[in-house]
Design a protein around this ligand. Structure first.
Ligand code: GAR
Length: 222
């Protein structure tokens, strides 16, 4: 891995690594039918929608589910005209009840795979077993380093010089399922939490659509 003196050089190198043209042009007929889950800002959700709109991902987002009413992801869905349902975790008895509701919604929307794009709740076997090998999560670290909460803060605290992001299949062991793909991101000398989180998010926005294109043929075979 070459040493980069600034983030834009690093981004150019990721472009080559992440977008081999044969993957970028993969077409699915019909397009992949996706469900997305988000809790906050929703920039990864929008990155999937943009990749679809630009023709870089052969997919359709059938439903976004958010657990925080009025969150950024919900506002983005309204702007983009993508169906969005609010399932407020506070009104469900426990995690399993929340996940049963999620499964019900995604099955009714006839999705073939579900993406946790900034979903800040622990999920249970109710959801995981309903979508075997069809539930993806994006996490802001190079797993298996820095599992769990505040991965960006953990990386800064540890003093690592390279961090990144990971897309993986969700299993019952949190942030430990099979890795689909990863992108490395340098930690720069003057980084604070927001600067590093933002640089990682920029790579996430590229990585997540790429991961979906990688998984598509596997889902269509199964
Ligand atoms: C992303 O950085 C994602 O990796 C992280 O939350 C952020 C959501 O941003 N997810 C986790 O930490 C899950 N453990 P977004 O709402 O702008 O897409």
């Amino acid at each position: 891995m070459p040493a980069f003196s600034n983030p834009s050089q690093h981004e150019q190198s990721q472009q080559v690594l992440l977008h081999p043209s044969h993957i970028e042009s993969a077409q699915f007929d019909p397009p992949l039918q996706l469900g997305v889950m988000a809790s906050g800002r929703g920039s990864n959700f929008e990155a999937i929608a943009q990749a679809i709109a630009r023709g870089n991902l052969s997919a359709s987002i059938r439903l976004l589910v958010v657990n925080n009413p009025g969150c950024g992801a919900q506002q983005r869905a309204e702007r983009l005209g993508i169906p969005c349902k609010v399932i407020d975790h506070r009104i469900h008895r426990d995690r399993r009840a929340l996940d049963r509701e999620l499964v019900h919604c995604f099955q009714a929307a006839e999705v073939e795979a579900v993406v946790m794009a900034g979903w800040m709740r622990i999920v249970t076997s109710e959801l995981i077993q309903a979508f075997p090998e069809r539930l993806l999560n994006i996490h802001p670290s190079l797993l298996p380093s820095f599992r769990g909460l505040d991965a960006v803060g953990q990386a800064l605290q540890a003093g690592v010089k390279i961090s990144g992001c990971t897309v993986h299949l969700v299993t019952e062991d949190m942030d430990a399922g099979p890795i689909v793909t990863q992108a490395a991101v340098p930690v720069l000398a003057n980084d604070n939490h927001e600067a590093l989180a933002q640089r990682i998010r920029r790579q996430e926005h590229r990585l997540l659509p790429f991961a979906l294109t990688l998984m598509g043929p596997h889902w269509r075979q199964g």
